[in-house]
Design a protein around this ligand. Structure first.
Ligand code: GLA
Length: 744
């Protein structure tokens, strides 16, 4: 049941959806909006006591003398700066008179079916039948500012999505120097927190620590989320784990500078907040203008981290990802990057396609190096016209050759970039992001195009469009290979330069929107030096994102575990590559690389004409596994069973059909533990009383004892989930296996 109510007599708002409740109250005289409760569903409406308004000595209406003490502990739903709440504020506005002490109090509200989009930004979506929205308008009467808080909920999903609109009605120009998407005040319950950290080729590793006193957080100032930090944070009870305990997850639907922080106060309250990073943010709001923040997603789970992940997955699959491929199996691709790097020509590519098509691979993706004078990574970004010296006959001919072999053709672009050695830079040096008079710092020998400028994005798009119309190209990999620095735009006036970062991201979004509108059947895969822009914002435009430049099966275990904490497996770009692995030099079995990649979008990143005959022969079988299991992986519920990052020995996870009729269990023995014969694992999500058969990937029965050999065995769901099964700890490292659990 989805219900949003304003309880007039209690002056409170109550949101109930699926298994959760979210309650806010208005403090009687002052009109402050406070947060009372977010968590497992509660039956009572009147829980305003949770806000502690009438606990002595702070209540301002009774004790004006200690007003600041009240502010400093009141659970503000959207805390402001400068009036006496000395914790982190959500919003800071420099008014026309130069003040920045803002006080927001309740003005009005609206409740309606459905949900509106956010101007220029990606956001979750829903229709009138399955989505409800609450708008609460707060106002600073003295300053002439309004803050509209938006809350939407979706039938059956334990999440609340929020964002905020700041409206200037002051008659003067004001400056917004901070505008969080959402803030959530709670009592600390001995919380731990999980954040994701990383580096290039090592993205989204899980980091669990205690919530300490003071401010802790993650942020990016790179113009994109980056490899290093992630906008996601979860707070969990100390004893909470994969399958138990209460967990709060927050994520941001945004692809630029963000800050997600946790602050534990003197009164053991915890404030969790997310939004655009304020460091480089300053937005001019003329009279009558408004600013909308990106959207924050708040998930509650009473079933541990696993419950939180499954809610994020459902929400993102059903209410964020769009387009032709949203619910479809994606073509198995082979990408030529690790196969050839820049050293290719049409013949080499056609040979790869020829060989790949015979093995069942469905799409050739031509990566970096097909355009302009791009013989290495030092030049030509921006010159988006085909290099016919490399590709005789151009893309049209290549597409025809590839199509003739029954495959699709995909193409790599890096639209946001410009090389100093490019025709584009020679013609338009002012199109690069730069500080007037100073040459910007290079990264990978490239600069960034000023995507705040419409003339720039229009031009880039016109070239991309022309290329895509010139041949049958059915997939685009949109890459972005350096962070932003030396921020300056030739077109933004000085007083608005603080708008650069957000405007840049909106420029990217606008172009991607044009791309998917003009080419509705195009499969768009986002990428940023691997997984530096793996975020919910990008998922609104393309259903999958390249997870990491690291395709090593072992490193991928941690990357994919961290990524799957939030994002559905259907979104995780994962390929089988050659060994020794190009990022870490490790050699793992071809089977293991396949098993790990099968839990993502699946594809290859190698020269199929040059790998060993032995490995090549395994490809048709892997292709068959993909077709057999992808529906399950793409649409099922994900359960983490064991984590190599915790046990340092083995990894195990499961995808289960929503109706519990079948499951795929993947186990990777990373490090053989001496003298251990097998490990007990318990399965999840099955039907207690149904009977299941356990199968190896070749269709034979998975047997656990010698006496079982040759027999067909059936187990009840209750046995598999409560008693579990034994997985042999194989001889040697990096061995993996799949177990198909199938209802009899
Ligand atoms: C980035 C991507 C790679 C590849 C190269 C090409 O690093 O993550 O997959 O496309 O760029 O330059």
């Amino acid at each position: 049941m989805t219900d949003i109510r304003y309880l007039e007599d209690l002056k409170s708002f109550k949101i109930d959806v699926a298994h959760i409740s979210y309650v806010m109250g208005i403090v009687d005289k002052e009109g402050f909006l406070g947060h009372a409760y977010f968590g497992k569903h509660i039956a009572d409406d009147d829980v305003s006591y949770l806000m502690r308004v009438f606990e002595p000595p702070f209540t301002p209406e009774r004790n004006e003398r200690d007003r600041l003490s009240f502010y400093d502990c009141f659970p503000f739903e959207y805390p402001t700066h400068g009036i006496g709440d000395f914790r982190e504020s959500a919003v800071r506005i420099e008014t026309g008179s130069g003040n920045y002490a803002n006080s927001l109090t309740f003005k009005s509200h609206r409740i309606y079916d459905g949900k509106e989009g956010i101007q220029g930004l990606p956001a979750t979506w829903g229709n009138a039948a399955d989505t409800k929205t609450l708008e609460i308008t707060l106002e600073d009467r003295e300053a002439g500012i309004e803050a509209i808080l938006y809350y939407s909920v979706f039938e059956g999903i334990d999440a609340v999505v929020r964002h905020t609109k700041i409206v200037n009605k002051s008659g003067k120009t004001v400056y917004l120097t901070k505008a969080a998407s959402a803030s959530l005040d709670m009592d600390n319950r001995d919380f731990d927190k999980i954040t994701l950290f990383g580096s290039w080729a090592r993205e989204r590793h899980i980091n669990r620590t205690a919530v300490n006193y003071g401010i802790q957080g993650m942020c990016s100032r790179r113009g994109e989320p980056g490899h290093q930090e992630h906008a996601f944070t979860c707070l969990m009870e100390k004893n909470a784990g994969q399958n138990n305990g209460e967990v709060y997850g927050i994520d941001l639907v945004y692809s630029g500078n963000f800050r997600t922080l946790t602050e534990r106060s003197q009164f053991d309250q915890v404030r969790l907040m997310t939004g655009i990073d304020p460091e480089d943010f300053r937005w001019e709001l003329k009279d009558g203008a408004s600013f909308e923040t990106p959207e924050a997603v708040l998930v509650f789970s009473a079933e541990g981290l696993g419950g939180m992940s499954r809610t994020f997955h459902d929400l993102y699959r059903e209410h964020l990802i769009r387009g032709y491929y949203r619910d479809k199996k994606r073509p198995i691709l082979i990408n030529n990057w690790e196969a050839t790097y820049f050293d290719f020509n049409a013949e080499k590519l056609v040979n790869i396609a020829d060989c790949a098509s015979k093995l069942g691979i469905e799409m050739l993706v031509l990566d970096d190096g097909w355009f302009g004078n791009r013989f290495d990574d030092n030049r030509a970004l921006g010159d988006w016209y085909v290099n016919e010296k490399k590709l005789e006959g151009g893309l049209k001919k290549l597409a025809e050759e590839v199509n003739r072999r029954g495959m699709k053709l995909g193409l790599w672009f890096e639209p946001e970039m410009i090389s100093p050695d490019s025709d584009l830079y020679r013609a338009h040096p002012d199109w690069a992001v730069h500080v007037q008079g100073r040459r910007p710092g290079l990264a990978r020998n490239q600069m960034v195009l000023d995507f705040t400028r419409e003339d720039v994005t229009d031009y880039v798009y016109s070239l991309i469009k022309k290329v895509l119309e010139s041949a049958n190209i059915e997939y685009v990999k949109w890459d972005m290979n350096r962070p932003l620095s030396d921020i300056g735009s030739a077109c933004l006036p000085a007083e608005r330069m603080g708008e650069f970062h957000h405007r840049y991201v909106m420029g990217v979004y606008k172009l991607q929107e044009r791309l998917v509108t003009d080419f509705p059947k195009l499969l768009l895969e986002n990428c940023s030096g691997g997984g530096a822009r793996f975020d919910a914002g990008m998922l609104y435009y393309g259903p999958q994102i390249w997870c990491s430049d690291d395709t090593d099966a072992v490193e991928r275990l941690e990357i994919q575990e961290g990524t799957a904490l939030i994002y559905p497996l259907s979104a995780m770009g994962a390929h089988v590559s050659d060994c020794p692995n190009h990022a870490v030099g490790r050699t793992t079995p071809f089977e293991t690389r396949g098993h790990v990649a099968l839990s993502g979008t699946f594809g290859y990143e190698l020269d199929v004409t040059r790998i060993s005959e032995e490995d090549r022969k395994l490809i048709p079988h892997q292709v068959e596994l993909y077709h057999r299991f992808n529906d399950l992986v793409r649409t099922g519920d994900y359960y983490r069973i064991a984590s190599f990052s915790e046990n340092h020995a083995f990894d195990c996870w499961e995808s289960v059909a929503k109706d519990g009729s079948e499951a795929l269990v993947t186990c990777v023995n990373v490090r053989k533990t001496a003298n251990v014969k097998s490990r007990r694992i318990k399965l999840f999500g099955l039907q207690e009383n149904a009977s299941y058969r356990l199968l190896n990937e070749d269709g034979s029965d998975f047997v656990q004892t010698m006496s079982e050999e040759g027999k067909t065995l059936y187990f009840h769901g209750s046995t598999l989930m409560n008693a579990g099964i034994n997985i042999p700890d194989t001889w040697g490292d990096f061995r993996s296996r799949l177990i198909h659990v199938k209802q009899a």
